[in-house]
Design a binder for this molecule. Structure first.
Ligand SMILES: Cc1cc2nc3c(=O)[nH]c(=O)nc-3n(C[C@H](O)[C@H](O)[C@H](O)COP(=O)(O)OP(=O)(O)OC[C@H]3O[C@@H](n4cnc5c(N)ncnc54)[C@H](O)[C@@H]3O)c2cc1C
Length: 416
């Protein structure tokens, strides 16, 4: 039997690193192992499609902790280490080299990975995905030499990459299967604003199209053929068609898996000594009364802190309202709350959509499910208050920029 490490964390991304930090912040002084298959120490991914890809952020600014932090905090960080199996009964994980690491409690922060294109030509050189630092380096390199690229998928990653490509002076065609970019997530009105943003910046945005094939010559992609017979030339093809949670280990170990690893509000899996957090966790949300899986930075930052505390025996639950952000060209946006397609019956706008300085709210029965602020700042707290309070609001008040949001949210003015 392997020697026991008190806490083993599988997956050295943001969630894994934050969990390790929380164990120490909470005063735990026993052994912690942080096992990650990437060769890099934990880093943040949002800049990979924004500041880092644009050449504005230095590589060193991406990392969650300075390199010496792990040794200073006695965290046994093992980059380049893939965990191949979990044995919940023996309380052990197996590594790719066949060795085993024992644990008292295990945290799974295995994240997610890009969904792969399955069309002919998908394996050609020059078909690129964006998840890891090296992917961002590859895309940056491609943008430096390409004169035109195709982006498949107008989701967050696709749109941010398209914006970076335009900034690099590259001709960009974005292909999207549905009628508008982000339609499913944001609804028609806001989706149209994003569509306009990109076309105004010179992107050839083609919605309602399907990719038949990536064409190529000498093993290298040179264009995309659509099912309607049209062909678009490209020096590189960037694919952003969503992600899938990395649940293979959990499934093989017999844990409850359904759209991610299912965990309760304490972020505990179906095995009492195994927790999960971050992109991979489909967690019961006490406020929403349902399981949700959130594929965003703030969740990967905050959820593992609760998981770590729960693993230390504290009576905690994760009930933060989902939050995410994006930056595209001169548009900065934050979204707070959770409004599934079909769950809302009204949208309210506040401010000016024509100059892209506004807020949008998704309501159901007069209650705010989610709010978005576009180029308007320091309003996340009152938006969150509106969402968590569950109170019914008057749409005309919400739309009126003369009525302070803090007033509607019931928060004393000047507190955010
Ligand atoms: C390009 C890009 C831009 C983004 N921009 C934004 C943004 O603007 N706003 C926002 O809110 N969110 C954004 N996100 C999402 C955000 O980065 C993710 O939600 C976050 O990275 C999730 O962190 P995580 O630690 O849960 O998982 P990951 O970051 O996926 O980390 C999981 C780690 O576990 C490792 N791993 C998996 N299986 C094993 C195994 N068997 N053994 C060992 N290691 C394993 C993986 O290699 C990986 O390193 C962006 C993501 C990307 C890729």
């Amino acid at each position: 039997m392997a020697a026991n490490t008190a806490f083993v964390i599988v997956g050295a991304g943001l969630a894994g690193a934050k969990a390790a930090q929380t164990f120490r912040d909470e005063g735990f002084d026993g052994p912690i192992a942080l096992l990650g298959e990437e060769s890099e120490r934990p880093y943040e991914r949002p800049p990979l499609s924004k500041g880092y890809l644009l050449g504005k952020d230095e590589r060193e600014t991406l990392y969650v902790h300075p390199s010496q932090w792990y040794a200073e905090h006695d965290v046994d960080l093992r980059p380049g280490t893939t965990v191949t199996a979990i044995d919940p009964a023996a309380h052990e994980v197996t590594l790719a080299d066949g060795s085993r690491v024992g644990y008292a409690k295990l945290l799974l922060t295995t994240g997610s990975s890009p969904r792969r294109l399955s069309t002919p030509g998908a394996g050609l050189d020059g078909v690129l995905y964006l998840r890891r630092l090296a992917d961002s380096d590859r895309i940056k390199e491609a943008l430096a030499s390409a004169s035109r690229i195709v982006v498949i998928g107008a989701g967050w990653i696709g749109l941010e990459t398209a914006a970076a490509a335009r900034a690099a002076g590259v001709e960009v065609t974005v292909l999207e299967r549905s009628e508008l970019p982000l339609l499913h997530v944001l609804g028609r009105e806001v989706a149209q604003i994003f569509a306009d943003l990109h076309t105004e910046h010179g992107t050839d945005l083609r919605c309602g199209v399907q990719v038949a094939e990536i064409t190529g010559a000498d093993g290298r992609a040179n264009g995309v053929l659509l099912t309607d017979g049209r062909r678009i030339d490209a020096d590189a093809v960037i694919v952003g068609i969503g992600i899938t949670p990395t649940t293979r280990l959990a499934e093989a170990a017999g844990l409850d898996v359904d759209n991610g690893i299912r965990v309760d509000a304490r972020l505990r899996t179906s095995h009492p000594d195994i927790h999960a957090a971050g992109d991979v966790a489909n967690a019961f949300h006490p406020l929403l009364g349902q399981h949700i899986r959130v594929e965003h930075w703030a969740n990967a930052l905050n959820q593992p802190q609760v998981a770590a505390k729960a693993m230390l025996g504290q009576d905690v639950t994760y009930d933060r309202v989902p939050y995410f952000f994006t930056d595209q060209y001169d548009l900065g946006m934050e979204y707070t709350g959770y409004a599934e397609p079909g769950a809302y019956d009204q949208m309210v706008f506040r401010g000016r959509t024509d100059t892209r300085e506004f807020m949008a709210f998704w309501l159901a029965g007069g209650r705010v499910l989610a709010g978005m602020n576009v180029n308007v700042w320091d309003v996340t707290d009152p938006i969150r208050d509106l969402v968590t309070s569950g109170r019914t609001v008057a749409a005309n008040e919400l739309a009126d920029t003369d009525v302070p949001l803090t007033h509607i949210a019931g928060r004393p003015a000047g507190t955010g």
